[in-house]
Design a protein around this ligand. Structure first.
Ligand code: NAD
Length: 499
């Protein structure tokens, strides 16, 4: 079995404790991808020492030159796109079309970051005093701790690390333990693109050991975390106590609202992709379908026909629509919610169990599932399941649908199908989510726009687009007084003439 290493101190090294974990293909547990380091606090200490040296080199590299490294990295990713998609599907399970999209998001993020190297704008503004200039500019922060989830093994690490690096920070990267191979390949490509070795450190391992050591390390001043709201809460408590800068991207319970006047064919395609793409394991997955009375029955019956046709299987095989879940824990969590839905008297219309088909016996497969007659407030309707389970609700008027959408603790994404521009614009204004799609499903973010959610989905920061560069840089202000005399802001009259 192939053994992988950490990348610490400019070299590929084994974990100090000498322990490893196995990474298996969730579609076929007899297929082992390799063994990866089970790192701990001592590995993180070494990574921090090295990253601090890397930071000194990198912060003094001009931002356009930092951008050039990211552009080369984008070029390498373009060349290796299909190969990376294949190894990503092998360890994560989603079909190849989706893992190719995951790599493409990394490529888009690389090219966007490269161009930002020639901007990184500050402001120059008038001073209130004569012969004085006032300006703001950006400085890097230091060593950034990057902790990522399993569901976008390439896109999410690139969303975080490429802007962090462009701003001049060094990174310590801990990929999710379910998808370490993609993380390994990303770091290989970063080095090939010319990133100075000590600027990136790769520390594999579990969240409670390697991840916690990063969060708790006093010399890592900035942490970017994407994962569940429960883990994010623990990370937030520690960072709050330690006065760290922290970006949290967490869970979702996203709804699609379909009005009577909607194009039903479009809505049907949208909900199939939104709810069952990535086996429902997207933070933006559609997990609630809220249907207006007039189209409720028709859309639901057409949806069930289409869901029964979805083909479960190995994501690396042609024709597969839905891959496996990521782990035994995920499978058991989904099964718990099937029980909860039945106890809550929702109608289980299809799915609800593990499939029995040939080729599915060795993986974490679960049938696409629909519950109807779900009511607002049920656990099924309120809690993130992170699997192929869709809850269907009914509404009469827009106010009611908007209230159902908003009455959850999460606020990532929402989607509205209607031909009425007034309803569409009201939805954009009134739905409490970081993203609203009109006539498109809840998934499909683009790399050059800010991404993130409100309420317990996030803590006010955004990934992607122009906003993430604010997160990874400190704003500094410079005043230059060339009047030759003491000028006191707010005290000396700005209309007066200097002596
Ligand atoms: P998770 O919270 O289990 O793990 C995420 C990462 O945190 C992993 O790398 C894990 O090792 C690490 N971790 C776990 N415990 C830790 C600890 N105590 N200290 C430090 N790090 C720790 O999440 P997951 O199962 O990998 O991903 C699924 C979750 O991620 C879902 O809730 C989903 O909604 C969310 N997610 C959110 C977004 C978003 O942008 N809002 C995007 C993707 C996924």
């Amino acid at each position: 079995m192939k053994s992988f290493k950490n990348f610490i101190g400019g070299d590929w090294v084994p974990p100090i404790g000498g322990e490893y974990f196995e990474n298996r293909n969730p579609a076929d547990l007899s297929d082992t991808v390799g063994r990866f380091p089970l790192s701990g606090a001592a590995d993180v200490d070494r990574a921090v020492e090295s990253a601090r040296r890397g930071f000194e080199v990198w912060r003094n590299t001009p931002a356009p030159a930092r951008g050039d490294v990211l552009r080369k990295l984008g070029d390498i990713m373009v060349k290796r796109k299909d190969e990376i998609a294949d190894l990503m599907t092998r360890e994560m399970g989603k079909p190849l079309a989706e893992t190719r999209g995951d790599v493409q998001e990394g490529i888009d993020t690389a090219y966007y970051a490269a161009s930002e190297g020639r901007r990184l704008f500050g402001h120059t503004v008038p001073s209130e005093l004569r012969n004085k200039w006032a300006m703001s500019f950006r400085r890097p922060i230091g060593v950034a701790g990057i902790i990522t989830p399993f569901n976008f093994p390439m896109a999410i690490p690139t969303w975080k690390m490429f802007p962090a690096l462009l701003c001049g920070n060094a990174c310590i990267f801990k990929p999710a333990e379910d998808v370490p191979h993609t993380g390994h390949v990303l770091v290989e490509m970063m080095l090939e693109a010319g990133l100075p070795p000590e600027v990136i450190q790769l520390v594999h391992g579990l969240g409670e050991s390697a991840g916690a050591a990063i969060v708790n390390h006093p010399l890592i001043p900035v942490i970017s975390f994407t994962g569940s709201t429960e883990t994010g809460r623990m990370v937030g408590e520690i960072c709050g106590r330690m006065h760290k800068r922290l970006s949290l991207e967490m869970g979702g319970k996203n709804a699609m609202l379909v009005f009577d006047d909607a194009n039903l064919d479009l809505a049907l395609d949208g909900v199939l992709w939104g709810a069952f793409g990535t086996t429902g394991q997207r933070c933006t997955a559609t997990s609630r379908l809220i249907l207006q009375d007039g189209i409720h029955d028709e859309l639901l019956s057409r949806l069930i026909d289409r869901v029964r046709d979805l083909k479960l299987g190995d994501g690396r095989k042609d024709g597969t629509d839905v891959g496996p879940l990521i782990s035994q824990n995920s499978l058991e969590k989904v099964e718990r919610y099937i029980d909860i839905g039945q106890q809550e008297n929702a109608d289980l219309l299809c799915g609800g169990k593990r499939p029995t088909g040939k080729g599915l016996e060795n993986g974490y497969f679960f049938e696409p599932t629909i519950f109807a007659r779900v009511r607002a407030g049920m656990r099924l309707e309120q809690e993130e399941i992170f699997g192929p389970v869709l809850s269907v609700l009914r509404f009469r008027a827009a106010d009611e649908a908007f209230a159902i959408n908003n009455d959850v603790k999460y606020g990532l994404s929402s989607s509205v199908y209607t031909q009425d521009v007034n309803v569409a614009m009201r939805a954009m204004n009134e739905l409490d989510t970081g993203i609203t799609y009109i006539n498109a499903p809840t998934i499909g973010a683009e790399a050059h726009l800010p991404f993130g959610g409100v309420k317990q989905t996030g803590n006010g920061h955004r990934e992607g687009g122009w906003e993430v560069y604010e997160f990874y840089s400190e704003t500094k202000v410079g005043y230059l007084d060339f009047s030759g005399s003491l000028q006191r802001a707010q005290i000396d009259n700005y209309l007066g003439t200097p002596d």
